[in-house]
Design a protein around this ligand. Structure first.
Ligand SMILES: Nc1ncnc2c1ncn2[C@@H]1O[C@H](COP(=O)(O)OP(=O)(O)OP(=O)(O)O)[C@@H](O)[C@H]1O
Length: 615
């Protein structure tokens, strides 16, 4: 836990720009090797199309000009986990459904397994919602219908047994989430991919053991679950808590996915603060989602049946796209231009206070590659709203955005200082919704005293210094420049800037920086600017993340001198850990009142008579 903490702020996967030079090279070489292998196997136009916790995924064209998808397991994973790729192929090979890209082959080349399958057309829902923000109601419902049909198919799956009889063998996908669903916008067709967590269900939807004969009943292991852990941001309580695998698991993944794409979030946990009833969805559907996401067993089962059985009704709904409540930004998001593509990383400190004491930790003792990837064990001990808050903040790393914000919870409300700069306006809607989600979840937290700070920087500007071991000094043979923009702005009142030091020491930051560096940081604090600098010291690797905007053009020389001074003195660093400093332009923060949850907003029963609110 302690060692994970040092790196917890790197959302999802480490940016390649933050890996050590050696690790980045290894990764690039390995991807090249996979591509070369596929070309040798006779495929052309080979390119990487995705990666997950378990594998790297490529596409290539065969001799008949048909696209094929290839999944390679990560070489860094333990052998028993890598072997799962073959099991994934076995399960996929059993299935035959228009919404499931079919299995083609499983090949093993020098211990490297390759799963070959059809391509799910389109773009995955995680990417789509990142690009579009909250998806239109009609799209959400079309996706819901297809999901319900897939789950129905899996529930009623039968297989020919050794005795020649067809037997019930319901199947659990186990990892339904936006990034595992491809959506073809042209044909509005959904494909469910990634069958790596798929198993035969031990229990049916009535919680009865799935057994076809007495022999099976006697040999069935009903003490241990055969379920796999899906993505902890999307799976339901039972799967998370290690219950026997159950056909209802996928209703949970489906509900979390539908909620996420309807609200532009990347997890299920925000449903208390931003309930499905506030998303402009048809009332009956919002209620079903709300019940499915709840912790009430009976409500969940009932809603699950409704979801699966009311597909035909949903197909008849008339749902033209209506702008029920245009979403405007709660805080400013500035437009910026850049010639290069940004690789945003979010660094958030001051998270400890979000952890609730005494909450039973379901994740203790769980060893799974998914957890390693997501650093999600950091979330243990947090309530649902707190988890949603952290997850929504980390969603910002998906966008080309730099700057930062500080949220203060005080008795009279939630104060937000911010400086957010978006480098591609295509994402404005999605970023606005994400920032508004962060603030609304912050307003719902049961806190009246606390500070949360988050810095967003471009990983491409991170300065790396490596050393052989912890006893050596960090040394730069050539001192690079820490880049900064200059935006001259008139002087604001004294004390109006959010300073580096006003929030006091951060309990989550363990690194003590040497005086020689601190002297320059103190001097920088006196110069009018915004930005952040974060020191991440690992035993063999120092990373200095940075983003700066100088607001006083008369201070270019001084500013450069102190930034340079920091780098000149890295040899004095004698500690490991993380420490960061952030400065924001104004201190007249925006104030938001507390609220339990967003208010109700339903799709009108008679859309034809809908009159926009602001007309
Ligand atoms: N059959 C397919 N057709 C199209 N794209 C695919 C297919 N399989 C995988 N992909 C792409 O590759 C990405 C990663 O694949 P997949 O989810 O199978 O990997 P994983 O390592 O199991 O991921 P996770 O971390 O979600 O478990 C997907 O999000 C998707 O974009």
């Amino acid at each position: 836990m302690e060692s994970n903490l040092k790196n917890f702020y790197i959302a999802d996967e480490q940016s390649i720009y933050l890996l050590s030079a050696n690790d980045a090279k290894k990764l690039r070489d390995w991807v090249e090797l996979c591509k070369t292998q596929l070309r040798k196997m006779g495929y052309s136009n080979v390119e990487m199309i995705g990666k997950g916790a378990f594998g790297f995924v490529f596409v290539g064209t065969d001799k008949n000009q048909t696209e094929r998808v290839f999944k390679f397991s990560r070489i860094t994973l333990a052998q028993n986990i890598r072997e799962r790729l073959e099991e994934e192929g076995y399960m996929l090979n059993l299935l035959n459904h228009p919404n499931i890209p079919a299995f083609i082959d499983f090949q093993s080349i020098k211990k490297q397994g390759i799963l070959v399958m059809h391509r799910g057309k389109g773009i995955d829902l995680h990417e789509l919602s990142k690009l579009r923000g909250r998806l239109p109601v009609s799209t959400v419902i079309k996706i819901a219908i297809q999901l319900a049909n897939i789950i129905k198919y899996l529930r009623s799956f039968t297989m020919l047994s050794a005795s020649g009889q067809f037997e019930n063998k319901p199947i659990v996908h186990g990892d339904i989430k936006p990034s595992n669903l491809m959506w073809d916008e042209a044909t509005e067709t959904l494909s469910l991919i990634d069958w790596g967590s798929c198993v035969f269900a031990q229990l049916d939807e009535n919680a009865q053991p799935v057994v076809n004969n007495v022999m099976e009943l006697m040999s069935a292991d009903m003490q241990n679950t055969n379920a796999r852990l899906g993505d902890v941001y999307f799976i339901g309580d039972e799967q998370l808590n290690g219950a026997l695998s159950n056909t209802r698991f996928d209703e949970q993944g489906a509900a979390a996915t539908l909620y996420a794409i309807a609200s532009n979030q990347n997890c299920r946990y925000g449903y208390n603060a931003i309930p499905p009833s506030s998303l402009g969805l048809p009332k009956a559907f919002a209620q079903t989602l709300n019940h499915l996401l709840s912790h009430d067993e009976e409500l969940k089962c009932h809603a699950g049946d409704q979801f699966i059985n009311h597909v035909q009704q949903m197909e008849n709904w008339y749902l033209p796209d209506l702008e029920l409540e245009p979403e405007s930004a709660y805080i400013p998001i500035w437009n910026k231009r850049s010639n290069t593509k940004l690789d945003t990383v979010v660094y958030s400190s001051r998270k400890s206070f979000l952890r609730q004491q005494g909450i039973h930790s379901a994740l203790y003792g769980v060893k799974d590659a998914q957890l390693d990837k997501y650093y999600k064990n950091y979330l243990q001990g947090m309530g649902d709203n707190e988890k949603a808050f952290v997850a929504t903040v980390s969603r910002l790393s998906e966008f080309p955005i730099v700057g930062g914000f500080a949220i203060h919870w005080l008795e009279d409300g939630v104060y937000v200082d911010s400086n957010l700069n978006l480098f591609d306006d295509v994402y404005r809607k999605s970023v606005t919704e994400t920032v508004n989600n962060i603030i609304d979840i912050a307003r719902s937290l049961d806190l009246r005293d606390g500070i949360f700070k988050s810095c967003l920087f471009d990983a491409k500007n991170t300065i790396h210094v490596e050393r052989e071991n912890e006893n050596q000094q960090f040394e730069l043979t050539h001192i690079p420049n820490i880049p900064f923009e200059i935006t001259h702005t008139p002087e604001v009142e004294q004390g109006k800037q959010h300073s580096y030091f006003e929030d006091g020491d951060d309990p989550d930051e363990r690194l003590r920086l040497p005086e020689q560096i601190m002297a320059h940081i103190v001097a920088l604090n006196e110069i009018r600017h915004t930005g952040c600098i974060i020191f991440e010291v690992l035993p063999k690797h120092l990373k200095i993340h940075n983003y700066y905007n100088l607001l006083d053009k008369t201070k270019v020389g001084e500013f450069t001198f102190h930034l340079n001074g920091i780098l000149q003195n890295i040899k004095y660093i004698d500690d490991v850990g993380v420490s960061g400093f952030m400065k924001l332009p104004y201190k007249d923060a925006k104030l938001f009142c507390y609220q339990t949850c967003r208010s109700d907003l339903y799709y009108p029963q008679d859309p034809k008579s809908f009159i926009p609110k602001n007309s």
